[in-house]
Design a protein around this ligand. Structure first.
Ligand code: ZN
Length: 468
């Protein structure tokens, strides 16, 4: 069946236009009523099933403009982009219209004129849903012209009058007509632009160079903001704040499992350069716990937050450091270990904003402390210290162990066999039969002993020596 290509065909097809709110609402209801096997509404969003998503669904059922408040890296943008999947796959529009006009009720002057001229022969185009989503990161230099529109000097030069709507160059919001428009970091818009935005949302008109242009665009506005910026006095003009009907608060993953689930989702576990990734569960836990420890650390500015991107880039960096070893030592697997963790100082640094009173502290010292917290918590979770008494006794006799992130995994195998009791404890961690996993588990045990003050440790970059 071919799609209607003229207004008369569209009328004959029985198509009934819907507002953006009606469309989102009815598609959401269809999704909610659908079977469990239907694609999830917010794919790739973890940890919001009982908090954020139910609130978002309610807002969509009500047709509310939405403000999403959250610290950085809480999947705010991804949530909003997920709304696109609730739009109809295609909708008819006046062909050639810059703002995706509804053929039955065009808004722009040009289309209104063309309906008069072409009548039922008016050409129809079909707009895919991806084209009905607009997004802008707010900054102080975003102008009314960017968001709403401007008189186009070229059109004036061609002889159009200033008050002629057809002399307008449309901004991003009119271009999202019959769609969703997202503004990230709303408080960074200047007051003037906020007022312009309010007028468009509330009064459905705009003022350009003193001319009032009525432009009843149909847009669902979803904005995001850091909660502290949004609530601090004077950052948002009151009428605009009132215009957002619902305020939804996002949060960081509330459990270790969720933090790891995000890591697994974002970083593919597929082989690299033909080498399989063999990542012990405790290494993933350590990476996730570094971020979680940073989110409660007094040295870290918590109002700006610690993004889940910290977890993701730390994990990628850890894998990269392990892959280098696999390549250099020509090993058949990539198995990250404790001596690789020094590499994540670089990937963590840019993700933390230190509190003013701690600014004289070295960032690397703060990250070292977070790493120690994460490794110790993970060790204590998985290993019973008393099981390691034979290893502690062995080290107490004056034996030392030196490891590094460049040491081939095969060199660990003999050591693990010769230290009484070590292999038995490693066996409690899982089936760590390969040299890479064995090396990783051995380092985990030694570092845990050090953090529990059972053995000393000296460190230089990726080189670690343990002894008493
Ligand atoms: Zn138009």
């Amino acid at each position: 069946m071919t799609r209607p290509s003229t207004l008369s065909e569209l009328k004959a097809s029985g198509y009934e236009p819907r507002t953006i709110r009606e469309e989102l609402r009815s598609n959401l209801i269809a999704r909610l009523a659908g079977d469990e096997a239907a694609a999830p509404l917010f794919e790739g969003i973890i940890g919001y099933d009982d908090s954020v998503i139910p609130e978002l669904e309610n807002a969509l059922l009500c047709g509310h403009h939405i403000i999403i408040l959250g610290e950085r890296g809480q999947a705010k943008t991804r949530l909003i982009r997920g709304l696109v999947s609730l739009l109809d796959p295609v909708v008819p529009a006046v062909a050639g219209c810059e703002i995706n006009d509804d053929p039955f009720a065009p808004v722009c002057a040009r289309c209104r004129r063309r309906v008069g001229e072409d009548g039922d022969e008016l050409a129809i185009a079909w707009t895919p849903r991806a084209d009905r989503y607009g997004e802008k990161l707010a900054t102080p230099d975003v102008t009314i012209a960017d968001l709403i529109g401007e008189i186009d000097p070229v059109k004036i030069a061609e002889g159009r009058h200033m008050a002629d709507e057809e002399a307008m160059h449309f901004g991003l919001i009119p271009r999202s007509h019959r769609g969703v428009f997202a503004i990230n970091e709303l408080p960074d818009l200047t007051e003037r632009v906020q007022v312009g935005l309010f007028n468009l949302m509330e009064e459905r008109d705009l003022q350009i160079r003193g001319y009032k242009v009525r432009l009843p665009v149909d847009v669902l506005v979803v904005a995001t903001a850091n909660p502290e910026d949004y609530t601090s006095r004077g950052r948002i003009v009151t009428p605009l704040k009132d215009r957002f009907d619902v305020q939804i608060r996002t949060h960081y993953p509330r459990t270790l499992e969720d933090e790891i689930a995000i890591l697994d989702l974002e970083v593919p576990g597929t082989p690299r350069g033909g080498r399989p990734l063999r990542v012990p569960g405790f290494m993933k836990e350590i990476v996730a716990r570094v971020t979680m420890a940073a989110r409660v650390a007094p040295e870290v500015n918590q109002s700006s937050g610690v993004s889940v991107r910290a977890t993701i880039s730390n994990y990628e960096t850890l894998l990269a450091n392990a892959e280098k070893r696999a390549v250099r030592c020509d090993e058949p697997e990539i198995a990250p270990r404790i001596s690789d963790l020094h590499a994540i100082v670089a990937s963590t640094s840019g993700k933390l904003e230190l509190e003013y009173s701690f600014e004289q502290d070295k960032e690397t010292d703060v990250i070292d402390r977070l790493l120690a917290v994460a490794v110790k918590a993970t060790f204590d979770e998985h290993i019973t210290l008393s099981d390691l008494q034979p290893v502690i006794d062995y080290m107490g006799e004056g034996w030392g162990v030196a490891v590094s992130d460049s040491m081939p995994s095969s060199e660990y195998t003999e050591g693990v066999a010769s230290i009484t009791g070590l292999h038995a404890v490693i066996d409690t961690l899982g089936r760590f039969e390969s040299p890479g996993l064995m090396a990783s588990a051995a380092e985990f045990v030694f570092e845990g002993l050090h953090l529990n003050k059972k053995v000393n440790r000296e460190r230089a970059g990726g080189r670690l020596s343990y002894g008493t």
